[in-house]
Design a protein around this ligand. Structure first.
Ligand SMILES: *Cc1c(COP(=O)(O)O)cnc(C)c1O
Length: 392
């Protein structure tokens, strides 16, 4: 491998020997094409005309009035597919094409990344296999159906708890036996090197746009930039635009589930310990014996027991701060944005909004905040309804 893929002590590539040449080929391909003129031109055309970039930076006036300071939303919810995920699947899909691969595989938990990959498989005419735990297949039948409509094959993974981490294990296993023609399109800014670097690169359009839009629309940089953190791709995407601006505070919000103290949560950076999962060293939810724990939150898209290595590094160096939002508060934020702005946010994105809501009366009225609205909440209305009924 040419690079070590380290962020401080985090990251790396802790994988079986058989995977090293595969990752080397991927690293080589990425560094060959990521600045290639034709590659960039084709990608930018797709970002614009297929996905709908640039996304607006929107001043949420009534939501701002409610909390008492200014909140701008980076509208990734308006992208094709309904979330930021398409930035990454277009980028990696195009890279696969340039590298001469004809087949795509991907893992998925909630089905959002699986769907974003299936879309790109259809777009590029590539045979696509999506690995998905059987528990998740049961819970996310609409996304399974959409993936199949796009022509993808959904492979049910029975091992473990039948969730995301088992799907990743099986996808990696399949990849080792089919490397010649198959590209593994990984869904978030974690996993072995070079994935954290690749995913950040393709998601950095969020931060680049947001920074320029702040300067143009507000006339200066924001005081704070917030994003929800699952594996960390939308957060590293928007943070990347502001990391060098030392006065801009970066805040990542994880899934606190029923509360970090209850054990039922997915707050990896807030409550995890250093360990290794899926080929990378990161903070990790594990018990005393190092056994990886199951995560639990209202939003399946944040249920991942590890987190991208760069976030671990940003936490340890103090450049970014990480907090957790509990399910109950997330539902309140979901409702508030919908009521005040007529924008239905994804439950994932509602985590970031929830933390902002709680700063009412704490941050002064001149504070300018940018929240990355990573996705739209159409997929979540049934879950929200269920929880509301239980409350009555
Ligand atoms: C998948 C998803 C997330 C979580 O993934 P990250 O890699 O942490 O960004 C957040 N928001 C939405 C809308 C998602 O679909």
């Amino acid at each position: 491998m040419k690079y070590k893929g380290r962020f401080g002590q985090f990251g790396g590539f802790y994988v079986p020997e058989v995977l090293i040449p595969v990752l080397e080929e991927l690293e080589e391909g990425f560094y060959r094409y990521y600045k290639d003129k034709n590659f960039i031109a084709e990608l930018n055309d797709l970002y614009k005309n297929y996905a709908g970039r640039p996304t607006p930076l929107y001043l949420a006036k009534r939501f701002s009035e409610h909390v008492g300071f200014k909140i701008y939303l980076k509208r990734e919810d308006l992208l094709h597919g309904g979330a930021h995920k398409v930035n990454n699947t277009l980028g990696q899909g195009l890279l696969a094409k340039y590298m001469g691969k004809t087949k795509l595989i991907a893992e998925t938990g909630a089905g959002q990344h699986g769907l974003a990959t299936a879309m790109i498989g259809a777009l590029f005419g590539m045979e696509t296999k999506i690995f998905m735990g059987i528990t998740d297949i049961r819970r996310q039948s609409v996304n399974v159906h959409k993936m199949k409509l796009c022509g993808a094959e959904v492979i049910g993974v029975e091992g473990g708890t039948g969730t995301l981490k088992d799907a990743i294990n099986d996808a990696l296993r399949y990849w080792t036996a089919h490397v010649d023609d198959t590209f593994y399109l990984f869904g978030t800014a974690s996993g072995p090197h070079p994935y954290p670097t690749i995913v950040k690169y393709f998601q950095s359009c969020i931060g680049t746009e947001a920074r320029a839009q702040c300067l143009e629309q507000i006339g200066h940089l924001p005081d704070k930039v917030l994003a929800c953190v699952g594996g960390g791709s939308n957060a590293i995407g928007i943070f990347s635009g502001f990391i060098d601006d030392r006065d801009v505070e970066l805040i990542g919000v994880e899934a606190g589930g029923e509360g970090v103290s209850t054990g039922h949560h997915a707050a990896t950076l807030v409550a995890g310990k250093v360990g290794i999962l899926h080929g990378a060293k990161s903070y990790l939810l594990q018990d005393e014996q190092g056994q990886v724990l199951d995560t639990e939150s209202i939003s399946a898209g944040l249920d991942y027991p590890a987190v991208g290595p760069e976030h671990c590094y940003l936490k340890d160096t103090g450049r970014a701060k990480y907090v957790a939002a509990d399910d109950k508060d997330v539902l309140d934020a979901f409702e508030l944005l919908t009521r005040k702005e007529g924008i239905i946010p994804a439950l994932e994105s509602s985590h970031a909004l929830s933390y902002v809501m709680q700063q009412k009366g704490k941050w002064d009225s001149n504070t300018v905040v940018v929240v990355n609205l990573s996705g739209r909440g159409d997929k979540d209305v049934d879950i929200v309804e269920e929880h509301r009924e239980n409350k009555i």
